[in-house]
Design a protein around this ligand. Structure first.
Ligand SMILES: [Fe+2]
Ligand SMILES: [Fe+2]
Length: 156
């Protein structure tokens, strides 16, 4: 059985992953509105990765005989009027928060439940990749103009 302290962290993370998907969808719509279709495409892919994280974690709760429970989502912010680079900087800051959430789960899992620790190793590595990808994009913004960035990000 999953220790209840760990189960509540995992349940909370389900909502966190859904919220991640929701903010990336919002960023996608914003980029579509300002005719940056490549950036919108990048955000669409990012949102679908977050949904895949959510499904992976929900399936794991089911494997452990728990019922996945989604909590209410916080309202999603508007990105109206923000420059593309600011939006990608917000995405990086968001991923850094998620890394801290995943780290907390992993630390607790190592103390309480080996199977969860093993399962969450994948998420620990995934967060390294997500932060790296966004840090690279932010560096690229210092070298390329908006049009070129839109072309590049459209290739994801
Ligand atoms: Fe995620
Ligand atoms: Fe993420």
């Amino acid at each position: 059985m999953l220790p209840s302290a760990l189960e509540s962290l995992l349940q909370q993370q389900l909502t966190n992953e859904r919220w991640s998907a929701a903010i990336y969808e919002q960023m996608q719509w914003h980029f579509k509105n300002v005719a940056l279709d490549g950036m919108a495409h990048w955000m669409e892919k990012q949102a679908s990765e977050e949904m895949a994280h959510f499904v992976k974690q929900a399936d794991y709760l089911v494997d452990r005989s728990c019922e996945p429970m989604l909590d209410a989502l916080k309202p999603v912010p508007s990105y109206l009027g923000k420059a593309p680079v600011e939006i990608f900087a917000l995405a990086l800051a968001h991923e850094q928060e998620v890394t801290a959430q995943i780290q907390r789960i992993y630390t607790e899992a190592k103390k309480l439940d080996d199977a969860t620790a093993i399962k969450f190793e994948w998420f620990v590595s995934e967060q390294v990749e997500e932060e790296r990808a966004l840090a690279d994009i932010l560096m690229n913004f210092t070298m390329f103009d908006t049009w070129q960035m839109d072309q590049n990000l459209g290739k994801r």
